[in-house]
Design a protein around this ligand. Structure first.
Ligand code: FES
Ligand code: FES
Length: 78
């Protein structure tokens, strides 16, 4: 089991278009907070989520959220 890497102890506020998005769960992507395929070789998979309209979302940057892909405040305990 590979551990995720904490990228930052704060969420990413991102304005996203409607449609499918893939949040990086492993912390290895160079295109945070989105998956760029760098999880290959780990046991971690990206988390797909779908928006029905353009929205601002707060995506977890610490990779310890229990409510992926969204920040749930867990970064405050790191
Ligand atoms: Fe992190 Fe794909 S690069 S989940
Ligand atoms: Fe990960 Fe807030 S940034 S829980």
């Amino acid at each position: 089991m590979t551990e995720p890497i904490c990228v930052q102890k704060a969420p990413y506020a991102v304005e996203l278009e409607a449609g499918d998005h893939y949040w990086c769960a492993c912390g290895r992507s160079k295109n945070q907070p989105f998956c760029d395929g760098s999880h290959t070789g780990t046991s971690i998979e990206p988390v797909k989520f779908t928006l029905t309209q353009k929205e601002i979302k707060y995506l977890c940057g610490c990779k310890t959220t229990k409510h992926a892909p969204f920040c749930d405040g867990s970064h405050s305990k790191l």
